[in-house]
Ligand binder design. Structure first.
Ligand SMILES: *Cc1c(COP(=O)(O)O)cnc(C)c1O
Length: 434
């Protein structure tokens, strides 16, 4: 598979280049040059395949020329170590649970696949790589977990002191081994600036091999197509229309779903569920895309005013607004709606949603009502475990949430971080000391 840049279709990169560079030299995003359809026999036998088997078949469909089967199997085995089960709420509404990974959010799929692919592609280099990640919370811990104990790779996380939740901070600072957390006396923007400065510092780059593992890396999107196939595989009546609602911020999760669709997954409609950050539904309504400053909401991982994967989605539709609009429906919901949905689903089904999943549920219900659907499989993605947002969910439901053992375990571990100021020199000295 070759990968083109969204800024120039004629400039192709190999898988290795796309993974290790993260972003194309012209600043564009890497995209697979084709998305081959999976065979009919694959879809006929899909119900009998495990999630891991499905993941392997889908990955091979894209990467068979880039990775030997053996390597791909190893990457999948190390990355996809947890399930993406479908939970039935009633005969028509289902939840695809994507929070069973080590950091309890769906970013584990992408981060772990990327980490394992990078380690494999780097295995013959004798230089150690230092991966720098600025994080405002969830991404950093998913990436760091994916790289935990990887040979030849050190991960340096930068997070803003006092500006991440207690759970997030514990997840970032208790990994140890090849992971270091730098606690920056500053904001998330300071952390991002420091990382950018390090990448631009040619004297530093002579001494250390730096790499980035940011969210636009194409290896994070490929595994985000696997679980859509799994949802379909676990669906009993495959003849009914299949609607799938995706709580969206940067639209990477939805892009993974669209990859699955282009590879032949029979989805009747994608539903892009957003909070008050509504540039995407506004685009579908008016055909004009207008980025806006982000607005803070309860579903904070979706507080994005300029979704980074929009360029990829446009490319998947050859910039044809009408055909895009045919496949994707989108609506925005307020925090008040979100709270109402958490209450409704708990009282109706005794199912606890986190605020992101709640937005997904709302958009699915809205689509069904708007289009007067009778028989269907309606699936919404639950992107985080409710206990990651316990402060909100416990207040809304007036009920204590039981924490999964993995989260409890990291809460009692001893925090280990190195405090630095937001002066670049301190970061540089630390990197040189590794
Ligand atoms: C990142 C994130 C999202 C948004 O996913 P995108 O791929 O950015 O659209 C939704 N929910 C949770 C819990 C997240 O961490």
């Amino acid at each position: 598979m070759k990968f083109y840049s969204t800024n120039n279709k004629n400039k192709l990169a190999t898988f290795r280049e796309a993974v290790l560079k993260g972003i194309a030299d012209d600043g564009g995003l890497f995209m697979p040059s084709e998305l081959p359809k999976l065979s009919e026999s694959f879809f006929q036998s899909i119900s009998g395949l495990s999630f891991k088997e499905i993941s392997f078949r889908v990955a091979k469909n894209l990467l068979k020329d880039d990775l030997p089967d053996e390597a791909l199997t190893k990457i999948i085995d190390s990355a996809i170590t947890f399930d993406a089960p479908v939970v039935k709420l009633d005969s028509q509404i289902f939840v695809l649970e994507l929070f069973r990974g080590p950091t309890f959010a769906f970013k584990d799929f992408g981060a772990r696949f990327m980490a394992n692919a990078m380690s494999y592609l780097n295995k013959d280099e004798n230089k150690e790589i230092i991966i720098l990640v600025a994080t405002s919370g969830d991404t950093g811990s998913a990436v760091a977990n994916g790289f935990l104990n990887a040979d030849g790779i050190n991960v340096v996380l930068l997070y803003p002191s006092g500006r991440v939740s207690k759970i997030q901070e514990q997840q970032l600072t208790t990994l140890d081994h090849n992971i270091t957390a730098l606690e920056v006396d500053g904001t998330f923007d300071d952390c991002q600036r420091l990382v950018k400065q390090a990448f631009a510092d040619s004297s530093l780059k002579k001494e250390a091999t730096l790499s980035s593992a940011n969210s636009i890396n194409i290896t994070r999107l490929i595994p985000q197509s696997f679980y859509y196939f799994n949802a379909y595989a676990r669906t009993e009546n495959k003849k009914l229309p299949f609607y799938i609602s995706v709580p969206s911020g940067n639209f990477g999760n939805l892009t993974g779903g669209l990859f699955a669709y282009k590879m032949g997954l029979p989805v009747s409609k994608f539903i892009a569920a957003v909070n008050a950050n509504d540039v995407f539904p506004k685009y579908l309504e008016t055909s004009v895309f207008e980025a806006k400053p982000s607005i803070r909401t309860l579903s904070n991982a979706m507080d994005v005013g300029n979704p980074s994967n929009f360029a990829r989605i446009l490319d998947l539709y050859n910039h044809n607004y009408l055909s895009l609009k045919d496949d994707i429906y989108s609506r925005s919901f307020s925090d008040i709606d979100t709270i109402g949905a958490i209450k409704e689903v708990f009282s109706k089904y005794k199912y606890m949603m986190d605020p992101h999943g709640a937005v997904g549920y709302l958009a699915l219900k809205k689509f069904i009502a708007d289009s007067n659907q009778k028989d269907y499989n309606g699936i919404f993605l639950e992107t985080a475990h409710p206990s990651k947002f316990a402060d909100i969910v416990e207040k809304v439901l007036n009920k204590k949430i039981e924490m999964p053992a993995g989260l409890q375990a990291c809460l009692v571990k001893k925090k280990k971080s190195i405090k630095i100021s937001s002066e670049y020199q301190e970061l540089k000295e630390y990197i040189l000391s590794i």
